[in-house]
Design a protein around this ligand. Structure first.
Ligand code: MEV
Length: 324
């Protein structure tokens, strides 16, 4: 049970959620390979629920109005809200739900899953109830299924977690224990990607060229095993090479594009030990491994000057304990 990500008073309840990064294994994870993902606390979502008589109102930067008239891109949120209210035996009315987000949507940072997790947390807080991780994920995945079609579940799980994850569909979650601090830089191409379409395109490729594509997915799986080893042995150089190798496979799967490739090439020229896309791809963000903290600050400035829409330096910290 968890209450630490929610706050209630008589008038309102707040639920919060951070975002996520996929270090390695995106797309392959949908087809049974492992992936490593990292909570990304630099950006996040707040969902604020208040009593307001009448039909449920949404307030967000992208839409303000009745929930049942929300535009198509918010339908996942509406389904998630309905499912949660039903689960809590609360009526589907008399609420004002404000969502504030610093996560750019469509950038591979798990915006839809973060909104869902924050929303479910805020509704449970409003009802004065606690939830288990299973309940939280079950309800958040209502929205994820709408947003991503056939998601692996890794986004919601990482957003509900405070530690780096080793994820394989249908297997028990494992937590990763980095042996040292790893300094990353995340940079946004400025263009929105569509994870659902990217996931479908890989699934279609797998149908048309099963042997060739399965080899690529399995290779991504091997790289992910090696990346875990590199994280747990503090081998930065090795991890960087593995990220570069993974990017080659993702390019061959058709989920990288010119904007991502341009930022990745620049980050490598500027000394990144490795760089790849993160998340669904075809737009969205890259993740680059810097040599150290100073280099991560320099790389951040250089990527900004090079034209990245947003750049976030980020440290994956050494972990001494393993409770998620
Ligand atoms: C999206 O963050 C990661 C993908 O592997 C999709 C998924 O796992 O659901 C592209």
């Amino acid at each position: 049970m968890s209450v630490e990500n929610a706050l209630t008073s008589e008038e309102m309840a707040i639920g919060v959620a951070h975002s996520k990064l996929i270090l390695i294994g995106e797309h392959a994870v949908v087809h049974g390979q492992p992936a490593i993902s990292i909570p990304f606390p630099i950006v996040g979502v707040e969902s604020i629920v208040c009593h307001k008589p009448g039909a449920i109102e949404f307030v967000s930067e992208l839409y303000k109005g009745p929930a049942d008239e929300a535009p198509h891109f918010l339908h996942g949120m509406v389904y998630c809200m309905d499912a949660t209210l039903d689960y809590l035996n609360l009526p589907r009315r008399d609420l004002n739900i404000e969502v504030r987000s610093t996560i750019p949507p469509g950038k591979g940072l798990g915006s839809s899953a973060s909104v869902a997790i924050a929303l479910v947390r805020s509704l449970f807080a409003y009802a004065g109830k606690t939830y288990t991780k299973e309940e939280l994920l079950m309800l958040a995945n209502v929205s994820e299924t709408f947003a991503h079609g056939a998601p692996s579940g890794i986004d919601a799980l990482t957003i509900a977690s405070d530690l780096p994850l080793w994820f394989e569909k249908g297997r028990e979650i494992d937590y990763i224990k980095p042996k040292n601090d790893f300094h990353f830089v995340v940079a946004d191409t400025g263009r929105v990607g569509d994870t659902k379409t990217a996931v479908e395109s890989v699934t279609n490729l797998l149908k048309t060229a099963p042997k060739r594509i399965q080899r690529k997915l399995s290779r991504l799986g091997e790289l992910t095993y090696q990346a875990r080893n590199a994280l747990e042995k503090a081998s930065k150089q090795v991890l960087g090479q593995l990220l570069n190798e993974a990017q080659k496979e993702l390019e061959a799967l058709g989920v990288s594009d010119a904007g991502l490739n341009r930022l990745i090439a620049f980050a490598r020229e500027e000394g990144a030990l490795g760089a790849k896309l993160t998340g669904g791809g075809n737009g969205g963000c890259i993740i680059a491994l810097a040599k150290n903290e100073l280099h991560s600050r320099q790389l951040t400035e250089k990527l900004k000057n090079f034209g990245a829409a947003k750049v976030w330096p980020f440290v994956l910290q050494q972990q001494d304990h393993l409770e998620g």
